[in-house]
Ligand binder design. Structure first.
Ligand code: SAM
Length: 222
């Protein structure tokens, strides 16, 4: 059976885990997730004044990294969890954050030089619709960075066991972390995903795998 990814369920899940979201990311990744995000974003070509839309921004790590990589870019963080957005604002007091649904982006066509989405698309049931929204708001020749779990290999299985252990013994809402495992394992592997993105008009520019392939980053253009 596939995961429940209704908007209500997903928003509730992230609102519920927000108080320990960053802490769990650090524990689950042995402190490496921030570096993976940093090196992924460093692969983008950034220039002063770029307009960047960070979809599913969560607690605002990408905004913080962009401010270090190129302080003169303009980033809008976008997410539908109020609690996650509160964390993002604390982490980036000068950051711009908006609440909304990636399936209905309130922006114009060709508005952004760069669109990013980290660990977000996996939580959206209507993936094709989300991709068409991203395609719409991205400028022709712009860059779309997608980062999420990747290959379903042996390292991924070891990671599952570790997360199950943490979920069972250390977190208040274990079902949210069991959801993470399920959603990760039913998400297409990078080769299949790249094909899907290309079928929706994107052209692959670059691909990078991290953590023995269990994290995958792709940069596309339109
Ligand atoms: C796993 S977190 C990733 C947060 C951040 N990008 C990171 O890498 O740490 C996924 C985020 O996606 C948001 N989200 C899920 N579905 C969404 C949707 N349809 N529209 C907007 N945000 C969504 C959730 O609220 C959550 O904050």
């Amino acid at each position: 059976m596939s995961c429940d990814k209704s908007e209500k369920k997903i928003t509730e899940t992230f609102n519920n885990i927000s108080s320990y979201y960053d802490k769990m990311n650090n524990i689950m990744s042995f402190g490496t997730h921030y570096f993976v995000k940093y090196f992924a974003l460093k692969s983008l070509k950034l220039k002063n004044g770029d307009m960047i839309l960070d979809l599913c921004c969560g607690s605002g790590d990408f905004t913080k990294i962009f401010s270090k990589l190129c302080p003169k870019v303009k980033v809008i963080g976008f997410d539908n969890s109020v609690e996650m957005l509160k964390l993002a604002k604390v982490k980036n007091p000068k950051g711009v954050f908006l609440k909304g649904d990636c399936l209905d982006l309130p922006f114009n066509e060709n508005e952004f030089d760069i669109v990013t989405m980290g660990f977000g698309l996996r939580n959206i049931q209507e993936r094709k619709k989300a991709l068409s929204q991203i395609y719409k708001v991205l400028k022709t020749g712009g860059q779309f960075l997608h980062l999420d779990f990747g290959k379903h290999n042996i390292f991924n299985k070891i990671f599952d066991l570790y997360v199950k252990f943490l979920a069972m013994f250390f977190v208040k809402n274990p079902e949210s972390y069991l959801y993470l495992i399920e959603s990760k394992n039913e998400y297409p592997e990078p080769d299949e995903l790249i094909k899907e993105f290309e079928d929706n008009g994107f052209k692959l520019l670059k691909r990078k795998d991290f953590m023995f392939g269990i994290i995958s980053v792709q940069i596309y253009t339109k």
